[in-house]
Design a protein around this ligand. Sequence first.
Ligand SMILES: *[C@@H]1O[C@H](CO)[C@@H](O)[C@H](O)[C@H]1NC(C)=O
Ligand SMILES: *[C@@H]1O[C@H](CO)[C@@H](O)[C@H](O)[C@H]1NC(C)=O
Ligand SMILES: *[C@@H]1O[C@H](CO)[C@@H](O)[C@H](O)[C@H]1NC(C)=O
Ligand SMILES: *[C@@H]1O[C@H](CO)[C@@H](O)[C@H](O)[C@H]1NC(C)=O
Length: 458
Amino acid sequence: MKNKCASFIIFILTLCYCNVAIATQCGKVWLSVSSLWRPIVASDRVVDAELEVNWDLDCPPNIELPDTIKVFDANPVHNSSLKPLLILILAEHPYGYYRTNIVVGRPVLPGGWDIADGATLPGTHCLKHHAALYKDNAILTSSCIGIWPTWMYDLRRQLGRLPIGTLMIPGTHNSGCYKHGDLTRRDAFQRYLLTQDRDIWTQLVHGIRYFDLRVGYYPPISHNGTRIDEIDNNHTSRFWINHDVIRINPLSNIIKDIKNFLDVARGEVVIMDFHRFPVGFEGRQGRHRKLISILHREFESLILKPSRGVDGLGPTLNQIWNSGKRLIICYNDKHTVNEYEWLWPPLTQAWGNQQTPEGLFEYLESLLMNPMKTRITQNPMWAVMAELTPRPMDVIFKPSGSLRQMADSINRNLTKLFQREWWKQTNIVATDFFLGNNIIDVAIQSNIKKSNIAQWQL
Ligand SMILES: *[C@@H]1O[C@H](CO)[C@@H](O)[C@H](O)[C@H]1NC(C)=O
Ligand SMILES: *[C@@H]1O[C@H](CO)[C@@H](O)[C@H](O)[C@H]1NC(C)=O
Ligand SMILES: *[C@@H]1O[C@H](CO)[C@@H](O)[C@H](O)[C@H]1NC(C)=O
Ligand SMILES: *[C@@H]1O[C@H](CO)[C@@H](O)[C@H](O)[C@H]1NC(C)=O
């Protein structure tokens, strides 16, 4: 009875709130962006960021399945004479997936969100590509690649009373490992280095709220080749985002993007998780303090102090908004956390260390379908790491493998698995090449569902 009632409410709410991917009685269609690339003959450039179509059909028994999906470069609902770029006959594609050769690239973000100081409109906005699901030439539903920069605050009436530890929060794994601008062949051959292909600003604007950060410390080298330690008083340029022992982007770029975003999106809550310190921190407590002093200087007025909340699930979004502080900084070094009252304790990352899709899905299934899963840590939040991990030997000896391929082999299934069951137990979920899945959309819809069952289940 309760469940029927809940699904009725969920259905109504889904119809009202979901512009990005509208649910119908007969299923959903999503657009995503492939993490794979193709070489261009005799060129240093490559083709990447191609459009993918995913669908999940599920009609009640008395209704016939949709037959066609069409892809457009504008909204077909607004213009019936629009010519499709692509027509898919669904009977020919039983797996609910099609990779197109339509290049999405790195388009301007709509709604004024392309630059930090634009007129930033709240709500969802579509990039140009749309897909629509048809039965006998009638549109059942359509969707786009969307951004939803202000989803938390836009949905404040539903989400406000959920504690931060019960929300489903979309995140990225090794969030700062992206390349700025177009991919070249040289970047593409760095097969095990990059985990993302959008910068932090773009991740935030799409709806990502959790950032897994691995920081390295690099003292400057003096002209005679020795390292200069701790002399000037602004050490910002010494901190980098690393992939293991390799530095990828200056930390200052990440700080700048998050700061700009918090300034313009005034109701959004962001989590920075300083999770690993792979270079330069071992036995150097002073360097942790230096990093902390930079974070304090840059974010001072925005930092939310840790609190366990009711049942150890953390503060609700309403409590966070009332405090006026919207940045949570988790720090995975116990000594440092003990020294600063505003740092949140280490956040648990559930990481399966899996090399195959089957292995990863089995790991996540047992993790997320076990209702007795306990939260034993001091931090009210925890993160599911939903990505494959290469073996050290693969990096050297498997020329055909790459992080892009590994992300491609799981991303579309992750969308469906989280959407069907896993959302219930999920707090933070962090993926690689996040535009290859639709976890942001699933998370937002799941939070609406969670807010409706909150009274009796959470
Ligand atoms: C509708 O699409 C057609 C074909 O692409 C185009 O010529 C026309 O300008 C569009 N109309 C509107 C109102 O956007
Ligand atoms: C290199 O320069 C630094 C100061 O810049 C100095 O302290 C150090 O002694 C020099 N080392 C050598 C080997 O000359
Ligand atoms: C510290 O240096 C960075 C760049 O290296 C600069 O952007 C920042 O404004 C400096 N901060 C202060 C307080 O000097
Ligand atoms: C991913 O989903 C497809 C289509 O539903 C299915 O055929 C495939 O077996 C799934 N892969 C894994 C590893 O579960």
